[in-house]
Ligand binder design. Structure first.
Ligand SMILES: Cc1cc2nc3c(=O)[nH]c(=O)nc-3n(C[C@H](O)[C@H](O)[C@H](O)COP(=O)(O)OP(=O)(O)OC[C@H]3O[C@@H](n4cnc5c(N)ncnc54)[C@H](O)[C@@H]3O)c2cc1C
Length: 342
């Protein structure tokens, strides 16, 4: 009898698996690798302050403390290189926004993440200046997930199969394997089948471009209506769109044009488009992650709803979920899945 099964090995399942390994739990991971899985398409950026309103991520200090500990530890264990801390340069779009953002940079919730203000951003037009954030960067999510998968395979802990656990009194089973507890890290898989299909997922399609531009600085991430993030093979990822009406895996000319329009507004050097990808984010109606225990099956847990912030949220959420399961530590009501029961 295993302590745990994990369903899904995207960012959430990979992070959860490394937590269980570290906690010396016995477990199996079940996953169907998909090229278009959200975690495979993601730019992997962790950015503490996002959006036009200069909004700090939920529990930013705790999340960023945890991610700066978690990913480098996994890098060391796997002897791989996928964690890339970099400054994030936010170009100010206009005078009104400049006033707004400058009034927020000394706020104690934002100030730990603000490095400096600057006027010139090489390779970009920045007539209203820019604000440089610290504690940002990106995770090469494909290298991270492949590295975790290789380790799990070596330890015979990964089974590549699309599965539906059966719940019995005191245990669950999959293909003859038995466990005490199941943790669902299956992204939008949860939307389609028991036992979490009643949760209010609002899948969010995202398209992203890959460009090459030898003149651009690779030692920072720039956000300017879109993000421009260094990536593999000397390329940059430019993204991304948010589409909740026509949610499918088709790449569209409209999304490509929109990203090019946003990029051209600020970029001041030539570039070539070399790729275009699409994925669907596992987002939730209230834009908060979902963590917790199933209200009817007490041995069934979820880590999901990571939306556009899987890389920043997963290390901290996996930690508190394990403390919740093992030690009964209460979850914050705003992320607890029980919020949907009221
Ligand atoms: C264009 C785009 C750009 C993005 N950029 C960023 C970014 O810069 N930074 C960031 O943090 N986030 C970003 N995201 C969001 C990020 O991708 C998600 O937050 C994250 O990938 C969610 O991870 P997950 O593990 O919950 O889900 P998924 O990646 O969907 O993984 C779920 C896994 O479970 C498997 N699965 C499902 N059901 C079953 C089953 N029954 N049996 C077996 N396996 C199953 C699936 O095959 C899949 O492998 C982006 C997303 C998109 C689309």
């Amino acid at each position: 009898m295993y302590d745990y099964f994990i369903i899904g090995q995207g960012i959430a399942g990979s992070v959860m698996a490394m937590r269980l390994l570290n906690a010396r739990k016995s477990f199996l991971v079940f996953d169907t690798p998909q090229k278009n899985a959200s975690s495979r398409v993601a730019a992997g950026i962790f950015n503490p302050i996002t959006g036009r309103r200069f909004t700090t991520t939920w529990q930013a200090e705790a999340c960023f403390d945890e991610l700066f500990k978690f990913y480098p530890e996994v890098e060391d264990l796997l002897e791989m290189d996928f964690f890339h801390p970099l400054p994030i340069c936010r170009i100010v779009p206009d005078a009104g926004t400049s006033n707004d953002w400058h009034s927020k940079i000394d706020d104690p919730i934002n100030s730990p993440f603000v490095n400096q203000t600057t006027d010139i951003v090489s390779g970009f037009k920045s007539p209203f200046g820019a604000i440089e954030l610290k504690r940002g960067g990106y995770v090469d999510t494909n290298t991270f997930i492949d590295g975790v998968a290789a380790l799990l395979k070596r330890l015979e802990l990964l089974i590549e199969d699309f599965v539906f656990p059966r719940f019995n009194t005191g245990h669950a089973d999959i293909n003859g394997y038995k466990t005490k507890s199941v943790i669902y890290c299956d992204g939008l898989g949860s939307q389609k089948s028991d036992p979490f299909d009643a949760l209010p997922f609002t899948p969010m399609k995202g398209e992203i471009l890959r460009i090459k531009s030898p003149e651009l600085d690779r030692k920072r991430i720039v956000t300017a209506g879109c993000f421009i993030c260094p990536s593999k093979n000397d390329s940059f990822l430019v993204g991304s769109t948010y589409e909740w009406r026509n949610v499918n895996l088709e790449k569209t000319e409209d999304a490509k044009k929109e990203l090019v329009r946003r990029l051209d507004k600020y970029i001041d050097v030539s570039y070539e488009i070399v790729g275009h990808e699409v994925g669907i984010r596992p987002s939730v109606k209230d834009r908060k992650p979902i963590v917790g225990t199933h209200p009817i099956f007490p041995d069934c847990y979820i880590l999901n709803g990571l939306g556009s912030k899987g890389v920043s949220l997963a290390p901290y959420l996996s930690k508190i979920l394990l403390e919740h399961i093992e030690n009964g530590v209460e979850l914050a009501p705003e992320i607890d899945l029980m919020r949907f029961k009221r």
